[in-house]
Each structure stands twice: as structure tokens, then as C-alpha cells.
Design a protein. Structure first.
Length: 195
């Protein structure tokens, strides 16, 4: 069955292609080859202002530059978020984008007497694809993948995405062409299956 897929390319550097771009492109190719509808948003091409107060988050209007992105999030049935691990976490651009678009009234609603509120984006699944310099096994087991778990549970899960799967790709600086191509095939397969 055809799915509506949104790929959020979260690499902050748009000056040259990176592994994140290639991985997302292979995912897109696999999805389109199977007839899925795909929308790609390059976060580095957007003007993403920082939110500086809870009041602004709750009451200020969404910046015009992000309105189409929010519409695309509402449109999608499956979200793919791709970014490099920087200082053990998502780049600031990705966090700023998520804070802007996942606002009350869209991504969730406050409900009196319920501290968790009401999720606004249920019925959607997600995949988080993260590249990193360290071996993925070290990040997963020694560091417990804390920032990715927080993203999956406290952001995506909080607003309704489920299931949220992850693909951690480590040792990118020393990766051989054979290993790189194996990851490209894997992302192509994920795209074909919309997962």
C-alpha cells in the first residue's frame, strides 16, 4: 500500500553533499520506486529562528518560512529524520526546527488533569537515521544512545509518532566503499517498504 513519506534532511551544512544526503536520497529512491509519495525538506535551506521563551512557543505565530513544513508533517504517514550526531546530540538546527513546528495546538493539546496532554500526530510512524564518527555500538551501549532515546520518546513519541525506529551509522570517517554501499542498499530497502 502506498504511503505518504516526509524526509527531513537535518544536516546543517548545505554547502556540500554529506553522507546524510546520500542516505536520504537512497531512501527516497527506494520509496519512489515502490510508488510511495515522497516529500523532502532540507532544514539547512530554511530560516529557522530560535524560540527564546515558553510564551513565544505557545502564543507567537509559526514563522512563515516553516508553514509548509508543518503542513507536510500533517500530510505524512511516515517521517524520516536524518542528521549527523554533533556533541552527542542532534544539531541545534534540528532541535530549533522541531521546537518551532511541534507546537501546542498542532502537535499536541493541553488537557486539564492530564500531564501528558493529547497527542496531535498519532497514526504516523517514524525512522531516525543518525550518522556519527564513533562506532555505533559504543554510542548505543556505552553512552546508551541517550539523546536519540530522548528524541524518540520525549519529542516524536510525545506528539504521537509510533513506532519510532532508529538507524545508527557509526565510524563514518573510516567507512569503506563496500560498507557505504551496504548502508545505501539498506536505506533503499527501508524506503521501498516505507519503514
Amino acid at each position: 500500500m502506498s504511503q505518504r513519506i516526509l524526509i527531513l534532511q537535518g544536516h546543517p551544512d548545505a554547502s556540500e553533499p554529506h553522507l546524510c544526503h546520500a542516505l536520504a536520497d537512497h531512501y527516497r529512491q527506494g520509496a519512489e520506486a515502490q510508488g510511495h509519495e515522497v516529500c523532502v525538506i532540507e532544514l539547512a535551506a530554511l530560516d529557522v529562528p530560535l524560540l527564546r521563551s515558553q510564551k513565544a512557543w505557545k502564543t507567537d505565530p509559526l514563522p512563515d518560512a516553516l508553514a509548509d513544513a508543518q503542513v507536510s508533517i500533517a500530510w505524512c504517514q511516515h517521517l524520516v529524520l536524518c542528521f549527523p550526531l554533533w556533541l552527542g546530540d542532534m544539531p541545534a538546527l534540528v532541535k530549533a526546527f522541531l521546537e518551532q513546528v511541534l507546537r501546542p495546538g498542532f502537535a499536541f493539546e493541553y488537557v486539564e488533569g492530564n500531564p501528558l496532554g493529547r497527542k496531535g500526530l498519532t497514526g504516523r510512524s517514524a525512522r531516525v537515521v543518525v550518522t556519527m564518527g564513533m562506532p555505533a555500538m559504543i554510542y548505543r551501549h556505552l553512552y546508551r544512545a541517550h539523546s536519540i532515546k530522548s528524541l524518540e520518546r520525549n519529542i516524536l513519541g510525545f506528539v504521537g509518532f509510533s513506532p519510532v525506529n532508529e538507524t545508527l551509522i557509526g565510524s563514518v570517517e573510516t567507512m569503506s566503499e563496500k560498507q557505504r554501499n551496504a548502508w545505501f542498499r539498506k536505506l533503499h530497502e527501508f524506503g521501498a517498504n516505507a519503514r
